[in-house]
Design a protein. Structure first.
Length: 234
């Protein structure tokens, strides 16, 4: 019995051991690269999201400029006539259901080359009122008779409602005028002129209209003879 046990223990000790599988060592080249998926260095993220601006079509880094509003290819068209607000009021109209509020706008429009006009417009909001006033000013626009150096040829005086305005040429003085009279003369393109409001009226609209009536009275020397000769030839 003892010999049998000793023999079994000897066989167990002398039995060859099973080979152990060796784990291969990791090398830097065998590790998975997450740069393209996670954008570690930014290389994988750029093409996917259009970092260079080419896929979005925007004005990004290295991309072409936008052709829409605010881009390099957009050029704002300058309007033919400039305008200046001289009066804006909130008016009320009483109806059966209550009061209706609106805005009344008066402005001066001109091209600074001899054409000028005064217009008024009324609407529920200021933007629509300004648009209506601009159309009305263009409709009532006049052509001022000026000399070659953009001066008025002689003194004029006009009255509109309670406003009275006198305009005189002033060579070398520049623009000497105030209130809405100055706005009308500037947008008409008149230079070296002096204006005076003879009345005590503070109404901007009446002063502007009086200025327009005064400018209508201008007569350039030789204009009448030119018209008469053209009529006789026809």
């Amino acid at each position: 019995m003892t010999e049998t046990t000793t023999q079994q223990n000897t066989q167990a000790v002398t039995a060859p051991k099973a080979p152990v599988a060796s784990t291969p060592a990791r090398t830097p080249s065998s590790r998975p690269s997450f740069g393209g998926a996670r954008g570690g260095s930014g290389a994988g993220r750029g093409p996917a999201r259009g970092g260079s601006g080419s896929s979005r079509g925007g004005a990004g880094k290295g991309g072409a400029p936008r052709s829409g509003r605010g881009g390099a290819g957009f050029e704002r068209v300058k309007p033919e006539f400039d305008n200046k607000l001289i009066q804006i009021r909130r008016v009320t109209r009483v109806v059966a259901g209550g009061r209706r509020f609106a805005f009344s706008v008066a402005l001066v429009a001109g091209n600074r080359k001899g054409s000028v006009g005064v217009g008024i417009g009324k609407a529920a909001d200021t933007a629509a009122a300004i648009e209506k006033a601009t159309k009305n000013a263009k409709k009532n626009m006049i052509k001022v008779r000026l000399t070659t150096d953009m001066m008025i040829p002689h003194e004029v005086k006009a009255k509109e409602s309670s406003a009275t305005v006198m305009i005189m040429p002033a060579k070398g003085r520049g623009m000497v005028a105030g209130s809405s009279v100055r706005n009308v003369l500037e947008l008409a393109g008149i230079k070296n002129v002096r204006a005076k409001i003879l009345s005590g009226s503070k109404n901007q609209l009446n002063n502007a209209r009086a200025t327009i009536e005064a400018l209508k009275q201008l007569r350039v020397k030789g204009a009448k003879s030119t018209i008469e000769s053209a009529t006789k030839e026809s």
